[in-house]
Design a protein around this ligand. Structure first.
Ligand SMILES: [Zn+2]
Ligand SMILES: [Zn+2]
Length: 366
């Protein structure tokens, strides 16, 4: 059995949720040490970083893999399962890391292997950044398995563009009153409805793709013969570009405040669960494109892809804009889809993914 598949089988059998990747982190730290890396554990919680310094001046290249599994309810019980392929990403990055050193494939700069915790909750990358994990990085490369509907086995896309996503929350506050005397109160439900209508009337340039819609509303004063003085609404907000997200939030906040004000209520507005959109450097995309051609030939270079999912990898560039980032999508005949408990893919694709990582590294660190 090949090394990458052997690693995958090992990691697949020890799925752990975000920030609980204790066994996984220990396993990865030991493997990196054995391969010749200086290893730091506990990065941003359960992250692991391995550094190999060639001793010759040059750029620092980071290869990043996410290491957490998802929590699925199976027969009413919460189970950790690797259904997003993070075990595959980790296996490919670790195998590449081992081969690069064993075969002395780089001649300058530093190679940094970054095993990031907690991608699924969307908070692991920020934890690594806040721990100083990427302060010295010049270029960072990541990857993800792609569903068959996007890229088939035998091809990879050199740039997978995720959109930005966000949640916008407003707590509307009115004035409680008896149901028979509504004129003495301010109905928080009326405020929420006015705000939802105002948000629905936002129109940005249709050529920039975006969406904003209310996905949760809570208003329950306990009784039905009184005017409720509090209501909460949550909107799911998405956009293809980070600038569009900023504009959409600005418009939505003023629409919500104005909507609440039409009935004399106030709105306390906040955001959470923000994930930035992809923003890649031309140089990194070129490195990955050439590496894909090195491995598959020209016919294996799939077009760039826009996908609706989110990925916290994009915090690395949002928080450290000087870093050049690239992210490729690996064709592996994955069905029926990511995050599906019966997700499966062709494991042989990991050989190709690992080779793309090696070829890209050789192109940057030689
Ligand atoms: Zn996922
Ligand atoms: Zn994932």
């Amino acid at each position: 059995m090949s090394r990458v598949i052997e690693l995958y089988d090992t990691l697949h059998a020890m799925p752990e949720l975000g920030f609980e990747e204790v066994k996984t982190a220990e396993f990865l730290a030991n493997a990196l040490k054995k391969a010749g890396y200086s290893v730091t554990t506990g990065v941003g919680g359960t992250g692991v970083i391995g550094v190999y310094d060639s001793g010759v001046a040059g750029p620092t290249l980071a290869l990043r893999a996410d290491i957490d599994a998802l929590g699925h309810f199976i027969d009413g019980k919460l189970c950790a399962l690797h259904t997003c392929g993070h075990d595959a990403h980790t296996s490919m990055v670790l195998t590449a890391a081992e081969e690069i050193i064993a075969q002395k494939l780089i001649s300058k700069g530093k190679l940094k292997i970054l095993f990031q915790p907690a991608e699924e909750p969307g908070t692991g990358a920020l934890a690594v950044i806040n721990a100083g994990g990427i302060d010295d990085v010049d270029m960072i490369l990541g990857l993800h398995l792609r569903p068959l509907s996007e890229v088939p086995m035998g091809k990879s896309t050199p740039a997978l563009y995720h959109g930005a996503s966000n949640r916008l929350k407003a707590i509307f506050r009115g004035v409680a009153a008896h149901g028979a005397r509504p004129h003495l109160g301010v109905n928080a439900i009326d405020a929420a409805v006015a705000a939802i209508t105002a948000v629905n009337a936002i129109h940005l340039n249709p050529s920039d793709s975006y969406s904003i819609k209310a996905t949760k509303m809570i208003a329950d004063a306990g009784v039905t013969n009184a005017i409720p003085d509090e209501a909460t609404v949550i909107w799911d907000v998405r956009s293809e570009l980070n600038d569009t997200m900023d504009l959409l939030l600005e418009r939505a906040k003023s629409a919500i405040s104005a909507g609440a004000a039409t009935v004399g209520a106030t709105a306390e507005i906040s955001t959470y669960s923000y994930i930035p959109a992809a923003h890649y450097s031309k140089e990194a995309i070129e490195v990955l494109s050439k590496a894909i051609v090195d491995v598959y030939g020209e016919e294996g270079l799939a077009p760039e892809i826009k996908t609706v999912g989110g990925e916290d990898f994009h915090y690395y560039i949002k928080e450290r804009p000087s870093i050049k980032a690239g992210y490729f999508g690996l064709g592996c005949d994955l069905t029926p889809g990511l995050h599906n408990p019966s997700m499966k893919f062709n494991k042989n694709a990991m050989e190709q993914g690992k080779e793309v990582l090696i070829c890209a590294t050789k192109r940057v660190l030689n």
